[in-house]
Ligand binder design. Structure first.
Ligand SMILES: CC(C)(COP(=O)(O)OP(=O)(O)OC[C@H]1O[C@@H](n2cnc3c(N)ncnc32)[C@H](O)[C@@H]1OP(=O)(O)O)[C@@H](O)C(=O)NCCC(=O)NCCS
Length: 164
């Protein structure tokens, strides 16, 4: 399968923060931000793989600053790592104060998606062609997370086998 450029599947989602998005402090509810992040990451996963995809994990989420009523959110999702059937996607959210236009990074997260067939079985995805320094840095970090998770899985399996 031919590798695809990271820029080919980069996706964007813009949202204005409305009253139904707010928590009791009057700022954007974290769960709503995560739902939007999952949605834009899913667009990237679909565009990269051109297959059905499911979210398998959210590795690291940082909420960096509160987002207020009426702010405009600009979200970007870009793939920086693929293995056999999985992809890791970096999502960033920038909040814009509508009057001044001041912009601030308010959230970052790493989503893993798996491409699946009609029986929900994992299927291969194309590799990713890294294009920027950030792509390459995130790729190295994702590779380390992937290796650690695989090693953890096999340790857990060995521990279970030793118990039985
Ligand atoms: C995604 C799913 C089909 C994977 O099934 P599975 O039996 O774990 O499959 P495997 O162990 O063969 O793993 C498949 C891929 O998922 C990756 N994966 C599994 N668990 C993971 C995790 N916690 N984090 C990141 N990747 C993970 C594996 O590394 C593998 O990737 P690779 O082929 O690139 O190496 C299954 O876990 C599932 O259906 N989960 C529910 C998904 C869902 O409903 N999401 C929310 C709504 S979209």
């Amino acid at each position: 399968m031919q590798a695809k450029k990271a820029s080919e599947s980069e996706s964007h989602l813009t949202w204005i923060v409305a009253p139904q998005d707010l928590n009791r402090h009057g700022t954007l509810f974290g769960g709503q931000l995560l739902a939007l992040a999952d949605r834009v990451a899913a667009m990237t996963a679909l565009r990269h793989s051109r297959q059905d995809c499911v979210t398998v994990s959210i590795d690291k989420v940082d909420f960096l600053a509160p987002v207020h009523h009426g702010y405009i959110l600009d979200m970007t999702a870009r793939v920086h790592f693929t293995a056999r059937t999985s992809m890791e996607i970096y999502v960033s959210a920038i909040a814009e104060e509508p009057r001044s236009g001041a912009r601030e990074l308010v959230c970052e997260a790493f989503f893993s998606f798996v491409a699946v067939d009609e029986n929900n079985r994992p299927i291969p995805v194309p590799g990713v062609e890294l294009e920027t320094e950030t792509d390459r840095r995130l790729n190295q970090e994702a590779q380390a997370r992937y290796n650690a998770r695989k090693a953890g899985k096999s340790h857990a399996r060995t521990a279970r086998m030793n118990k039985s």
